[in-house]
Design a protein around this ligand. Structure first.
Ligand code: B12
Ligand code: SF4
Length: 567
């Protein structure tokens, strides 16, 4: 069967001249298993689907046809399902419920286009299932995909999933506009180099991204398609974690990055040349967020915000006039942080920073990842931030092919030497489109072929120095050591600073024995009441007595049973 002809029929049957109905679907990206099915003790962090909202705002401004656009974020649907006590929480059950939601949505109106956002590896299976559902409707709409996975794995997807009509390469604003403004959507597929179809692959045509050269051309984002109250948990500063007054918003003031870190596929979407919004465009977006939605926490999520330090300082200076808090949840680079930038960050309202430290080994940093910093740059950068009373968190990646136990040891030593308020450990994921993925394919390093298991908590790589059966344990051990047993704030008598981290830990993970253990030390030094300390002590002992794993960990680290009468 020629699938391409199939597409043509769809295009003809549903098109209206003056209006197009579009449905965007965000597949789930969080690990259902990470939630305890009896007790939802850890709430996943949902992020506004920024890319889709950007496309929507762009289309609404420039489209020549009327648009009726809907959006379903299946993460929210999955979480709601998992939160309901009655339902069984197997992955199949969650997925069935999600698919039912999509089917019902498709019954609401005749959609002309359904667009699936496929950013990550684990969207792979969802593309298959969702596209099948989309095409089972009475008047099947066009089914298209976009995002990191779609842009880098289009051949395999189009080959395997006949219900996907086309994939968009890289940024979606311009290709989507071309599609809608074209009298004939088939023609748009044929003429735009950013649309990929089976036919074009067969003809061995080459594809090209359609970047928005001037980011100011993206209109200020509109949020009517989402429930903003569901997207308010991405900020990292634990002191404000529970604030009811918090209203977060994300912004990408630039796109693109000149670097090529091994695990990153960002440049395959936004390119190597950095495009920047003007200061005027940024400030009008900020003011709109503040005036229209009460934004008071700004999450800056540029690919590489510090690429142009002077511009970064100018942006921060504008932000400083607005009395808001600022965070960088996806991390900022170590290079570029000096005393002046530390002050600019502080003045702008930055209270905590995630630093993309990645490793303490120069070999891993420069030879494996190709990061622009070395071990020696980390400590001064942290100090410049600490001078401004900014909390400093580190991102550490483990498990890259070529990383040996001695490199991990260097990382553990660096963590102790530099000292962070918190350290986040991740296992390297061979994201399709990254150098890591290509390297893993070339050398047969991928131990887990099921894309749905490609999550940062799962070991997916088997390579020299990396054993998937032990690397997760090694990582967890490093985590317990760095954040709990040898917590830097505790070792330096900064108990008050450590307090909100551990209060937040026990709230989020009520079965985390070590979190109680540390909190006991903090309560003691801060002279909390004996009753409070006893309560934690009982909790800790109860977990250790009941849970074999925690008992083992406590023995490994030589933690004693707590007896508060001793204190
Ligand atoms: C927000 C974010 C997340 C959110 C995503 C939520 C969401 N629905 O958007 C969360 C927190 C879930 C997340 C998780 C992870 N992320 Co993340 N994340 C980001 C971040 C900071 C911003 C993404 C974004 O909004 N970009 C801006 C918009 C404009 O771009 P976009 O989303 O790609 O959308 C454009 C195109 O892709 C395309 N498009 C997208 N969808 C569609 C659909 C259609 C139909 C069409 C036509 C086009 C289209 O058009 C959009 C507009 O131009 C980026 C870094 C960055 N600065 O981009 C990393 C980034 C995307 N994440 C990354 C990674 C590695 C991860 C994780 C593995 C863990 C980690 N280390 O962070 C996990 C993976 C989760 C999983 N299940 O596998 C990598 C690469 C991923 C990839 N495949 O490309 C990035 C690039 C960061 C990095 N440098 O490492 N992430
Ligand atoms: S991880 Fe950051 S610095 Fe490295 S290539 Fe990706 S966007 Fe650039």
């Amino acid at each position: 069967m020629d699938h391409f002809n199939n597409t043509e029929n769809v295009i003809d049957s549903n098109s209206h001249n003056n209006q197009k109905n579009i449905l965007f679907i965000i597949p789930p990206y969080f690990n259902f298993q990470s939630l305890n099915s009896d007790k939802l003790d850890s709430i996943p962090v949902f992020t506004v689907p920024y890319g889709i909202l950007s496309i929507v705002s762009y289309l609404r401004k420039y489209s020549l046809v009327e648009l009726d656009i809907d959006l379903i974020d299946l993460n929210l649907e999955a979480f709601e399902f998992l939160s309901s006590k009655e339902s069984s929480h197997s992955k199949t059950n969650v997925n069935n419920s999600l698919y039912e939601t999509v089917r019902n949505k498709l019954l609401e109106k005749n959609y002309d286009i359904v667009g699936i956002s496929a950013l990550f590896n684990n969207a792979y299976k969802y593309i298959e299932d969702l596209s099948t559902i989309v095409k089972s409707t009475k008047k099947p709409p066009l089914c298209i995909i976009g995002g990191g996975l779609a842009s880098n794995l289009y051949s395999k997807i189009l080959n395997n999933f006949i219900n996907v009509d086309a994939a968009c390469l890289a940024e979606g604003e311009i290709p989507m506009l071309d599609l809608l403004n074209s009298q004939n959507m088939q023609l748009a597929f044929n003429t735009s180099n950013s649309w990929i179809t089976r036919e074009k692959i067969k003809k061995e045509l080459t594809f090209k991204a359609s970047y928005i050269d001037n980011l100011d051309n993206i209109p200020i984002l509109e949020y009517d398609l989402i429930d903003l109250t569901k997207y308010n948990g991405r900020s990292i500063d634990k002191r404000y974690a529970n604030s009811l007054l918090k209203r977060e918003f994300s912004i990408h003031t630039s796109r693109g990055c000149p670097y090529s870190c091994i695990y990153c596929s960002n440049t395959s979407i936004h390119g190597k040349i950095i495009r920047k919004m003007s200061l005027a465009r940024i400030t009008s977006e900020l003011d709109s967020m503040i005036i229209n939605y009460g934004m008071n926490v700004l999450l800056i999520e540029d690919d590489h915000f510090l690429a142009d330090i002077d511009r970064a300082k100018a942006v921060l200076k504008e932000i400083a006039k607005r009395n808001i808090r600022v965070e960088f949840p996806n991390g900022i680079s170590v290079r570029g942080i000096d005393s002046e930038l530390g002050i600019a960050l502080k003045n702008a309202g930055v209270s905590a920073v995630n630093l993309a430290v990645e490793s303490g080994s120069d070999f891993v940093l420069s030879k494996l990842i190709r990061k622009p910093h070395l071990n020696k740059h980390i400590k001064p950068a942290v100090q410049f931030l600490r001078d401004q009373d900014i909390r400093v968190h580190a991102f550490i990646v483990l498990g890259l092919p070529g990383e040996l136990p001695e490199h991990r040891l260097e990382t553990a030593e660096m963590i102790q030497d530099v000292g962070f308020d918190w350290v986040y450990f991740f296992l390297a994921v061979p994201i399709v489109g990254s150098r890591l993925y290509d390297q893993c394919i070339e050398n047969n390093y991928i131990a887990e072929n099921d894309f749905s298991k490609h999550l940062i908590s799962n070991a997916t790589i088997k390579a020299p120095g990396i054993d998937p059966s032990t690397i997760s344990d090694e990582m967890y051990h490093m985590n317990l050591d760095a954040n709990f047993v040898n917590n830097w704030n505790l070792k330096n008598n900064r108990h008050k600073i450590a307090l909100p981290y551990f209060e937040s830990m026990v709230r989020k993970y009520p079965s985390h024995a070590f979190a109680y253990y540390v909190l006991i030390q903090i309560y003691i030094s801060l002279n909390y009441s004996i009753d409070k300390i006893k309560e934690l002590s009982n909790k800790y002992n109860e977990i250790i007595n009941k849970d074999k794993n925690w008992k083992n960990y406590s023995e490994t680290f030589n933690l004693k049973k707590t007896n508060c009468s001793q204190h």
